[in-house]
Design a protein around this ligand. Structure first.
Ligand code: FAD
Length: 541
């Protein structure tokens, strides 16, 4: 029951409600609850550990809602993987190829006027043993028709499969809206969301096998999926696979001008506009608790930052295993999480080229297929097999005019990589002895460059002015993600959907907001985690 309010309390409540209605993530139910209870977000200091996408998004939403937010980042720039770095005349993007950021979320984050979105057509060149084609941007219907022309025997299956995926996206959108208003009635899920329900414990392979027989068609339809969550269809959750297929085909994708670093800087600037603070070059090593409720965090030099809410964008094993090593509930939770393994990592080469290179048909990316099936590709990725893994090349100069300085070009060559091939270098690498490691890194880089030169870009090596490469060990250095994971916990059938790790935790006042939380790693997933954490905090305080 609402308690009686004084005039002062009323004004306070009204201003809280007003600040909250400016953020779209807040359902009126939570806003009203807080206002009715006379609670003021400014009484709840928040510390966010880490400034990757999930950390920045949480800080934006919470600071916009009036919480006093401090972000503590161990690196000297914001962004986690969403950063850029300079070498010679070149400014290299660490990770971003593309992502979908719907208009309402872009506005909600306050990015309008701060960061320019570049819509991409994702025109891509696909090089296979038997063909080398450039695929322009296609509408969903054009794509289905083109696939049916190429694989007429699978005509009905292809159409039905895509229609199913689109319907899953529609159901998810409806479900998401209901979640935000707190009006999901779980027992009625099978009736209200039958497609989602049918995917609750099956893999993408299980789903695809219902529609399609030919394994090469399955591979074609999975173009990109192994590269999005780093899992082959046999392991990828059916729900995540169907949803990402539907989204890939239907959504508009973007890049950020001039690099993903500008997106991260833009989010950091929104946090500052909302009176939040960002601290760089400091690593959190402890989350402080009293009676299982967070009271603050401690950084490496011993300084303590008091907080009533702590949001961890750092990986889950560090959050529970290290920062809370003396908390029994955290240890128990970590025992449960130990069944999930970190996602795959990446091997990436950045090339600064002399000459203005735009590819064969001004494509934005090139994909060199391996000729193997997708499950074998995954095994090759795990082994970081440079001779056999499929290769993705991003031609950034076709993203927007002026990406590189006149007379030069910028591209990246990427394969996914497991951690095992790099584990043997771990000790020496972190002790600063990198000779053997560097030799292996160069061997892999040169093998990949040679393959790209032979298959896709003749004369590539003679154009190289600047080259840099990163392995899973580099990823650990800059983000502290175990095994250099790029997607946090991957959304396999054991850790997705209803069984997915949640953003709330057994520690009161502690939330996760990273690929190790509810939405697996991606730019958009990070933003959705931030949004979800804000909703949870509003509900819990
Ligand atoms: C090569 C590559 C290409 C990719 N391409 C795309 C793409 O095109 N589209 C897409 O959507 N996704 C892509 N991804 C995936 C995407 O970049 C990541 O999944 C996403 O950015 C991860 O965000 P996150 O919120 O989990 O945080 P992370 O980026 O993992 O950041 C975590 C942050 O926490 C900080 N931190 C950790 N521990 C501490 C501590 N103790 N104290 C203080 N700070 C700490 C780290 O320094 C880091 O800044 C790519 C990734 C890579 C590596």
């Amino acid at each position: 029951m609402a308690k009686e309010t004084t005039r002062r309390e009323f004004i306070k409540m009204a201003s809280i409600a007003a600040s909250m209605t400016t953020i779209g993530c807040m359902s009126s139910k939570f806003v009203n609850n807080l206002a009715e209870e006379g609670k003021n977000p400014s009484d709840y200091p928040v510390v966010v550990i880490g400034s990757g996408m999930g950390g920045l998004a949480s800080a934006v939403y919470l600071s916009k809602a009036g919480f006093p937010v401090t972000v503590i980042e161990q690196h000297n720039v914001p962004g986690g993987y969403a950063t850029a770095f300079k070498r010679g005349d070149f400014n290299f993007d660490v990770s971003l190829h593309f992502f979908d950021l719907p208009e309402d979320i872009y506005q909600e984050l306050g990015l309008e006027g701060k960061v320019e979105r570049i819509p991409l057509d994702l025109k891509r060149r696909l090089i296979r043993k038997d063909n080398d084609i450039t695929i322009p941007k296609l509408s969903p219907e054009q794509l289905i028709t083109a696939l049916i022309e190429r694989y007429p025997n699978e005509k009905d299956g292809i159409r039905s499969y895509f229609e199913f995926c689109f319907a899953v996206v529609d159901e998810l959108t409806r479900f998401g809206k209901k979640m935000e208003t707190g009006s999901v009635f779980l027992p009625s899920m099978p009736l209200q969301y039958p497609k989602m329900w049918s995917l609750r414990n099956i893999s993408l392979s299980d789903l695809m096998n219902k529609y399609i027989k030919d394994s090469m068609v399955i591979k074609s339809l999975n173009y990109g999926v192994c590269g999005i969550y780093g899992l082959p269809p046999s392991q990828l959750s059916g729900l995540m696979g169907a949803a990402s297929t539907g989204i890939m085909v239907k959504s508009q994708f973007y890049y950020f001008k001039s690099r993903s670093q500008d997106l991260s800087n833009g989010l950091a600037s929104v946090i500052k506009d909302n009176k939040g603070t960002l601290i760089y070059g400091k690593a959190v090593n402890k989350i402080l608790t009293d009676n299982n409720r967070v009271t603050g965090v401690q950084i490496d030099d011993g300084k303590v930052y008091p907080a009533k809410i702590v949001v961890s964008n750092a990986n889950a094993p560090d959050t529970f295993g290290k920062f809370l090593s003396d908390n029994k509930k955290a240890q128990k939770h970590m025992e449960k999480l130990a069944q999930y393994k970190p996602s795959i990592s990446s091997f990436l080469i950045w090339l600064g080229l002399k000459g203005e290179f735009h590819g064969k048909d001004s494509e934005q990316s090139i994909y060199i297929d391996s000729g193997y099936d997708i499950e074998t590709d995954f095994e090759n990725y795990l082994a970081c097999n440079a001779e056999k893994s499929p290769i993705s090349i991003a031609l950034y100069d076709n993203y927007y005019k002026g990406y590189s300085r006149p007379g030069t070009s910028t591209l990246t060559i990427m394969i996914l990589s497991g951690y095992e091939p790099w584990r043997r270098f771990e000790k020496d690498y972190f002790a600063g002895n990198k000779e053997e490691y560097n030799r292996e890194k160069m061997r892999i880089a040169q093998t990949l460059i040679k393959r790209v030169e032979e298959k896709a870009i003749p004369g590539l090596s003679s154009m190289i002015q600047v080259m840099e490469a990163a392995t899973p060990l580099t990823n650990i250095t800059y983000t502290k993600n175990p095994e250099g994971a790029i997607y946090g916990y991957p959304p396999n059938t054991k850790n997705a959907y209803m069984n997915r790790v949640k953003n709330f935790t057994p520690i009161d006042g502690l939330y996760l907001s990273s690929g190790w939380g509810y939405n697996p790693g991606s730019y958009y997933g990070g933003i959705m985690n931030g949004r979800d954490v804000c909703r949870l905090v509003m509900k819990d305080i």
